[in-house]
Design a protein around this ligand. Sequence first.
Ligand SMILES: C[S@@+](CC[C@H](N)C(=O)[O-])C[C@H]1O[C@@H](n2cnc3c(N)ncnc32)[C@H](O)[C@@H]1O
Length: 386
Amino acid sequence: MREKQFCPIAYRCGGCDYADLPYEEELYEKMYLAKRQLASFGPVAPIMGMKRPCRYRDKVQAVFGYDMKGNIISGLYKKGSHHLTAVKDCALEFEGAEKILSTIRKLMKSFNMKPYNEDTFEGDLRHVLLRKGHKSGEILCVLVFGNKYFKRKKEFVSDLVGKHPEITTVSYQVNGDETSMVLNESRIETLYGRGYIEDELCGLKFRISPASFYQINAVQTETLYDVAIKMARLTGRERVLDVYCGTGTIGLVASRKAKEVIGVELNKAAVKDAKINAERNNIDNAQFIEADCSVFMKEMAKRKEHFDVVFMDPPRSGSDERFLSSLIKLGPDTIVYVSCNPETQRRDLLYLEKFGPYRVYGSQPVDMFPRTEHVETVVLMSRVER
Ligand SMILES: C[S@@+](CC[C@H](N)C(=O)[O-])C[C@H]1O[C@@H](n2cnc3c(N)ncnc32)[C@H](O)[C@@H]1O
């Protein structure tokens, strides 16, 4: 049965895939998607949904442009296109995000700041990224300019934070790259505040810098990490490796139940955050290393280092043969594979079962992205003697 649309711009903006389905039916669909990829390996537990599946996005990315009448708008590119749809108060974004974006649009007019045009390379503001600490309420605002010509940034920011004292830090970057990436990792400058925000997750404090990966749905992240850590059955004696570790979240939460944790991550800013996060939480049994995780695991295997548990949480594209063959060489007893794309996860699990001594013992889908088609899944693998 169709549900009265929960958002006035649903389907137009390209952000939602299930805007008018009752949430129960959406979960049913997602369960089907997860089972299609994972049921052949073993049991798939019922999906864990949200109590209130709206306003969960703690991170908002807005593109700036003009409407047909020449008014400045901000929003999203319609799915699969470069057509900008104005978004005014999306039902998934955190409360208050639209007020900030609306102020930015008004300030742009008074500062004669123009939206950046990716075809002509003219104009100023290209994207705005907002991130809110779910528990702390701190807000990070990153202004991404298409070029370096706008001179009155400091004044602009002073007006913005004057109107929105809830913004605790503002950063800026010039990104004229021909890419759809909102931020590139380098050259992010702080214009106001500390340059990062802090939040609390699973009872720990986390520092989040603009370019660091951090889950966008804090409520479901606590569920996700709880599932992953329970699957690992930690007793306090284990040596744990957290690969693709971001700001160290999974590893730091797990460190309370493990002997030692090593986290590995490619992104420099995220590794810095992870190290500070360990200190900030007085955790002395976790260390973080900036490296490619395939290279790191290969090196560990060469040195005959043993890990009892590996948590892996790769990007949507999943892992690759280089990573998976290093993982097999390293040979942990347990692998907990967290994924936001069950299709690439299935491919990787098939590899580990075929070329390694591993078997899947079960999967747990968690709905991290209500109203969208994306499903997050956690899979437990253990060694089988052959
Ligand atoms: C899906 S995020 C997971 C982050 C973290 N586990 C969390 O829950 O917040 C994937 C992370 O893998 C990192 N990454 C991607 N490729 C990598 C590689 N080859 N080696 C190490 N880290 C990598 C990305 O920078 C990103 O932080």
